[in-house]
Design a protein around this ligand. Sequence first.
Ligand code: ZN
Length: 318
Amino acid sequence: MCCHSFIKNSKRYCSMKNSKLDKMRFYANATCIVMLSMLFASCSIFRRTTPSPYSPEASSLPKPPPKPTTNVTAPSSYPATQYYGNRWNNEYVRITSDPKPTGTTTLDLTEFSMPVCGKVLSEFGPRNGRMHEGIDLKLTHEQPVYCAFDGMVRMAKEHRSYGKMVTVRHDNGLETVYSHLNSIAVKINQRIKAGDRVGGGGKTGNATGEHLHLEIRFMGEPFNPRLVIDIENCRLNSNKLTINENSYKLYQKNLQAPAETQTATKNKTEIPNTYTVIKGDTLYSISRRYGTTVDELLKINNLKESAIINVGQVIKLK
Ligand SMILES: [Zn+2]
């Protein structure tokens, strides 16, 4: 408008005798041009120094902002890329085409927090003709469930059988799954620490009562959480975990032989003669701890299969 009126005015008034008025108009329009030029120049500088979030820069069409589904700035910020590379999804616990673990791997398990200290309701292993890929721990409605190790939330969703569930990939390479939650307290791609609350206990999904279904996996493969956690005493077996193909054989065949944890590698001579039952013990947990079987314990102690053990009861181990 301003420039247009300048040209128009120039034509119309260039021969006018009223030079004072003409000069005023000329200067007003000239000022207008200078201001427009400055505005244009500043816009160019701004464009150069502040790149558009959209690419390519030249696109003049307005685009909707990208959906903030992630706060991850680069794949390098995913945990444990030495094992998983850039593979990261928010939908599936395990993708069968992903590479499986090979050889022997030792993981550093420092900075641990027990997800829930509770009675074991169901062990890892075959159950009702299917594989139970975790361990079930009793809890109460909305009891806090804590993250086991530092890591990043990979999944936080409602699943048909897991119910409300959270999967965390940890910096140490393990993944943990917290299932049947009543509420979820974290978001996908959120960085969390050992001991952070991931949700509240419940019985969502395929669960008949309130409990936490806890899974521990390495590169997608589930194994018995007892390889990592001394469940009854709410602590780690060891600060290091060495896993190899035997750990997964335990999954495939449910071998009774204990795998390579510090407590489980005790040989027969280290096993005491007796064990006094503490809160949370089961014959199965005792058998695993001392490298024996439930059948053997029943036989040695002259117990029936339906026998219930009590706190303070002395169990013969050999
Ligand atoms: Zn379960």
